[in-house]
Write a protein that binds this ligand. Sequence first.
Ligand SMILES: NC(=O)c1ccc[n+]([C@@H]2O[C@H](COP(=O)([O-])OP(=O)(O)OC[C@H]3O[C@@H](n4cnc5c(N)ncnc54)[C@H](O)[C@@H]3O)[C@@H](O)[C@H]2O)c1
Length: 253
Amino acid sequence: MSATSSVEFSGQVVVISGAATGIGKSSAQLIAARGAKIIALDFNKSALDELAKELNLAANQVHICDISDQGQINKTIATILKDHGTIDALINTAGIVGPSNTQFEDVNWPDFEKVLQVNLYGAIWLTQAVIPSMKAKKYGRIVHLASIAGKEGNPGLSPYNTSKAGMIGFVKGVAKEFAPHGVIINSLAPAVISTPMNANTSDETLKYMISRIPMGRVGQPEEVAEIVAFMASKACSFTTGFTFDASGGRATY
Ligand SMILES: NC(=O)c1ccc[n+]([C@@H]2O[C@H](COP(=O)([O-])OP(=O)(O)OC[C@H]3O[C@@H](n4cnc5c(N)ncnc54)[C@H](O)[C@@H]3O)[C@@H](O)[C@H]2O)c1
């Protein structure tokens, strides 16, 4: 990266949900290395502590927050704004797979609803919480981790497909509302990425998903973090409401 690249973050406050592991952690590592003050949110305390140690984060840069709880989100964002004065970018990577390799007719509603609460309502509530301050200063970047599942639908993953398709639709419309106010909102749709999330995905589902990827392999979280960093930076200045791709060629749209 050249010294003049605008994919750098000096002086910026970047909030990352789901920062403790996987794509969130790789994004935190990369964006911290590019000069941001990272604020890490997750409900996995031990993994969050490890990240805080690695990146030398102060206590007020680390928040235990369950994004399926609107009250916790509002309290956390208010505390961050009080402590750090601003939020330049929000990167929402917190998410769960929920029931996998499960036919729709066998999914019970509480399990379905839980996936919506984390992946979709969490994204909506985080966006609602950060928008007013971004709008007031006429600058903000919001990045939501969607999925190829939200574009194409994977069999046996109906709650996850629904949550990510909902997120993509949410981003499309809300981005247009805030486009005149300097707040840029996009999502990113990866195919299978090698992270702890896939530890519980059935072999059958994983095999199916890799078979659909022309590159014939899973992606690495560091590869996704490079795109996330661009999306969260000043360099991403004329694209909003879009769903970026990280699918090894599976999606070419
Ligand atoms: N790994 C993949 O194959 C893949 C593919 C497409 C999209 N995604 C999406 O990318 C995002 C990141 O996934 P990942 O692969 O890094 O998974 P991951 O499981 O490694 O990371 C997700 C993080 O979110 C946290 N989290 C989960 N529920 C939470 C909640 N209610 N409140 C706060 N934190 C919570 C977890 O503790 C974890 O640290 C997710 O939204 C996922 O749906 C992942």
